[in-house]
Design a protein around this ligand. Structure first.
Ligand SMILES: [Fe+2]
Length: 257
């Protein structure tokens, strides 16, 4: 099983529009197409912060156009896709794709999909404050971080996190490997940054130990968000991938299980 891991593409509105409606691709997007052709993955995982908010209902259309292949795509939203509207409106939008695409699986709409004996499970996830870097660290001040754009996040971020944790727990499958795909970190070991105030917004200190993984299978953790590359068994017993793409800098990892 070869999984091509991509994350944090942070695409511009016009570039996404041109890809969907004109089949025209920027050099950055063409590099992604070439990467798929070169690596011939069995699954493409795209873990969030991909498109502007207004394209959340067009993710099927966008991925279909970009990848132009029958290869299964497993995707999550990122925090950027939640900007400028209420949490529930984004979930509604992601569940109402304007194009059918049976090979594209957006985990925020449907939290698990089984592909070749592997259960891909996850979603954006969100943070719960457990990655605070010192005891009295708090959500505020945002210190330049832009997630204040997500409506009600200051009073509801733990609720957003709990929503994802509960549905991931329910979507885990026994007797097979589970590949947890999230945008925010499922474990602090995937952070890649020195501890600082931004760790607060990065994810969860340890979601992994709350989930019923069967360690006789090759389980994996795939995430993004921090723009720092972390690859390897940084959480014991798990293949871990945080590809570490930065704005305009395309990184990838081909995870072979
Ligand atoms: Fe992010």
């Amino acid at each position: 099983m070869k999984i091509l891991c991509l994350s944090d593409l942070h695409l511009q509105m016009n570039d996404v529009f041109d890809a969907i409606h004109r089949q025209r691709f920027t050099p950055f997007l063409q590099n992604i197409r070439d990467l798929v052709e070169d690596t011939m993955p069995d699954v493409i995982a795209v873990t969030g912060d991909t498109v502007p908010t207004s394209f959340v209902s067009s993710l099927n259309a966008f991925f279909s156009s970009l990848f132009s292949t029958e290869c299964p795509v497993v995707a999550t939203l990122g925090n950027h896709e939640f900007w400028d509207r209420p949490f529930e409106k984004t979930l509604e939008a992601v569940g109402n794709q304007n194009t059918d695409a049976p090979n594209i699986h957006i985990l925020d709409a449907d939290p698990a999909v089984e592909i070749n004996g592997y259960n891909f499970v996850g979603g954006c996830l969100f943070f719960d404050g457990s990655m605070r870097y010192r005891e009295n660290d708090d959500l505020l001040p945002w210190n330049g971080w832009q997630d204040w754009r997500i409506l009600d996040i200051e009073t509801r971020y733990k609720e957003f996190n709990t929503f994802y944790v509960e549905r991931i727990k329910k979507a885990m499958k026994p007797n097979m490997p589970n590949i947890l795909c999230t945008h925010h970190l499922p474990h602090i070991a995937l952070n890649g940054h020195e501890p600082n105030h931004y760790s607060y917004y990065s994810g969860m200190k340890d979601l992994v130990s709350q989930l019923p993984f069967d360690d006789t299978f090759p389980n994996a953790l795939i995430c993004g968000h921090t723009h720092k590359r972390v690859i390897g068994e940084v959480v014991p017993g798990f293949y871990c991938v945080n590809v570490g793409s930065d704005y305009g800098v395309l990184m990838h990892y081909l995870l072979e299980l």
